[in-house]
Write a protein that binds this ligand. Structure first.
Ligand SMILES: [Fe+2]
Length: 396
């Protein structure tokens, strides 16, 4: 275990340090709280054993800084002090420390207390591991649902996949979105149109202005349908709320609730902006050079000005990035998940199978292998050389 030993008395440090090393720990020494605080912010430390009364920064201030700081793992704090009155001990414990020992310290007692700390650190690591597993399962479940959308309708599935990725990218560059919301916005992007499953294809290919009254009515139920599907799973409840609102408009003329401006959740506004952008590129095939003008026309009524600025910046970056992207030929048998198609794959008769810029997944790779078996396509495809997760161009 990495232990930071903090004491302004070199003799105490020496005696305790010798014992800690003898018990198998790695020991880093500091002679006051400030030096210790500087060290701990740049180096991994699992336990701090600190004196209370020290110059520059005392042990309690150090412990308070650690508890208020953001560290990847729990840091176990033991204060060792000559202050032995009950109020002192209580004050020390209230500062967020885990254990308190009174000087002079009995080494057997110290060893036993460190063992307790070690056990708690182990439990915390276990918990972190389990949380990681839960989070992995969460994303696998969401990706599985997104793949089901793709099985139902490839274009719709591709749209959802790209919106998920783009919404995450936009959330990361937005100043008002906390890191903890990133998985929610990504999931909502991946699943935002799940309510369209089951709607006739002839409706899905139309623009809303081309739909009949009944078709439009049916189409406009999809945000609520999506919410109903997703909210049955408790862990998708926050996602379902965003799905409900992904067709609201900043001017209040969207649906289902006609929310206006900031009443629309920010994350839903992001999903909406990304979905509109993706449809312009992939469904309506708006030429890249016309996109800035098309986007600016929506500012203030469909999409708020700030998000339009993000879209414009991301669009520009994607064009720049595409200029610098090269591709290579890969045999279908060597394709891997995550690779991005640089050229559309078509049957030998010219029919489109998978459009360019699609990120390959297990489903699409398996599909290509089946086409190879029936000799309907060439056995080599073009993929981008560097499949960069953050490269919006490749996902568009
Ligand atoms: Fe939608």
């Amino acid at each position: 275990m990495n232990i930071l030993l903090v004491d302004d008395d070199p003799v105490t440090r020496k005696v305790m340090g010798i014992n800690l090393k003898k018990w198998g720990h790695t020991v880093i020494e500091a002679d006051n709280g400030q030096t210790a605080w500087d060290h701990i912010q740049a180096n991994p430390v699992q336990m701090v054993i600190t004196d209370w009364m020290m110059p520059i920064m005392d042990g309690i201030a150090l412990c308070q800084n650690i508890r208020n700081g953001r560290f990847a793992h729990y840091i176990y704090l033991i204060v060792v002090s000559a202050l032995d009155s009950k109020p002192d001990v209580v004050h020390g414990l209230q500062a967020g420390i885990d254990d308190y020992l009174i000087k002079p310290v009995d080494m057997d007692m110290l060893k036993a207390r460190i063992a307790i700390g070690n056990r708690i650190i182990g439990l915390e690591q276990n918990l972190v591991g389990q949380f990681d597993t839960i989070q992995k399962n969460y994303f696998q479940t969401i990706r599985m649902i997104a793949q089901l959308i793709e099985v139902f309708d490839e274009e719709l599935g591709g749209h959802c996949r790209r919106v998920g990725r783009m919404a995450l990218k936009m959330a990361k560059r937005h100043n008002n979105i906390d890191k903890s919301d990133w998985p929610i916005v990504e999931a909502a992007g991946l699943l935002h149109d799940i309510g369209l499953i089951g709607l006739p294809k002839k409706i899905l290919v139309k623009h809303e202005t081309e739909m009949t009254g009944d078709e439009k009515h049916l189409y406009r139920t999809h945000p609520v349908q999506g919410e109903i599907i997703l909210k049955k799973m408790e862990f998708l409840l926050p996602v379902s709320r965003l799905v409900r609102h992904h067709h609201e408009q900043i001017n209040g003329k969207g649906y289902p609730d006609g929310l206006q401006g900031d009443d629309i959740p920010l994350l839903a506004r992001i999903i909406s902006a990304c979905s509109i952008y993706d449809s312009l590129v992939h469904k309506w095939k708006i030429p890249s050079e016309d996109m800035p003008e098309r986007l600016r026309l929506m500012a203030g009524y469909r999409i708020e000005h700030a998000l339009i600025e993000h879209l414009l910046a991301m669009h520009k970056e994607s064009i720049e990035s595409e200029k610098n992207t090269s591709f290579q030929q890969v045999k279908v048998e060597n394709l891997r998940e995550g690779m991005i198609l640089a050229k559309s794959i078509r049957r030998n008769n010219g029919a489109l199978i998978i459009p360019r810029k699609t990120e390959l997944n297990g489903f699409t790779i398996e599909k290509l292998r089946r086409f190879i078996q029936i000799a309907s396509i060439q056995d080599q495809v073009f993929i981008y050389k560097s499949a960069n997760e953050d490269n919006m161009t490749q996902s568009l």
